[in-house]
Design a protein around this ligand. Sequence first.
Ligand code: CTP
Length: 410
Amino acid sequence: MSSSLHGPKVLLCVNGGIAAYKAIEVLRLLQTAGCEVRVASTEDGLRFVGAATWEGLTHRDVASSLYGWAESAIPHIMLSEWADVVLVCPATANTMAKMAVGIADDLVSTTLLAVPRTTPVVVAPAMNVNMWQAVPTQANLKTLRERGISIVMPVEGRLACDAVGEGKLASVDQIARAVLDAADSRTSSKSMASLKVVVTAGPTHEAIDPVRYIANASSGKMGYAIAAEAARRGACVTLVSGPTALDSPEGVERVDVVSAAQMHEATLRAFDDADVAICAAAVADYTPAHPADHKLKKAHEHLDVIELVETADILAELGRRKSRDGRTRVVVGFAAETDDLVANAQAKLVRKGCDLVAANDVTREDSGFGSATNRVTLVSESGIRELPTLTKEEVAAYLLDEAERLLRRS
Ligand code: CTP
């Protein structure tokens, strides 16, 4: 498996059949191998293994209906786009038939239809021998194979109905291996190979004197997740980082800076031969005009009033420089807002000359500074896309997908 900050994201679609209990073991194997797994189940599937089991194992709500899912109002789109690999286990004859002809009449079948063509799908069928050998099932199997879906073939054995024959779910090891292989083939397609990406991250510290500074609560997690994901996609990444407590992501060149002025200089230098720049840093907007070169003494020096001057806006500067030398560069910014999220983000898009703005409402608990999750709305000239609450790694993947799309289009 490729090494990355987070493992492959696997959507496990469980169908109604006795073999559903074996999907629990497959899920555990995938988690042990570093995968992040979410479960979608048909209603029948939940009769065999209940939601409590899946939720206990994944710490996420199991999705079983197109309506009323806590994590997203459009679960089939969110889940199908989230997954790096989709596993249908066990796959019933009914679900295979729906997949073959494109029927979307429940959460699982609708999600399967919405899976992007580039996402690998693995199907592990399990059913009665006659159902397996039935002409329609075999025809559907052929269709799915021709479509590039990987089938982990069922084996011969004693089936739940006491018949002996083909139809028994393949071994859990074999199924997990097929999923990991599919994930590997996907991640080895380095979609950003030969691209140079610059990312700013973290806060800046603006010195008042040698021991005092003005800072903010940025943890740097969002920018680091973007840098890690870009490196995983094969990009050559320069991470210009303010002071953070985070380890450098693998395969990333990190340039440590302290102040807004240093970040400005380092970012512009790296931007010259870059294809994509993503400004995730919480750069101080103001800095002390006259930082003292000695520790100020409160008894006889002024500490109650600190004269500030505005810092240079790095993102806006990149926006101005992005078409220099006839090159095409994509510039992405963040917009931390407390109100009028979309309108403010649209204004920032234009004002700073960005191609994309990821706007987040920093008053939400699941979003913004320090939080492990983020809820962003992507705003570009082509429209607005509201993402559900996601981990920062997931947001990074969406953001880079969009940046890659913008780069291809320009
Ligand atoms: N940014 C930057 N350099 C600065 C200030 C901000 O590169 N000196 C970038 C941030 O990294 C972020 C974007 O600008 O990508 C927006 O930052 P934000 O704080 O939301 O906006 P401001 O420009 O500060 O505008 P306002 O305070 O009016 O919301």
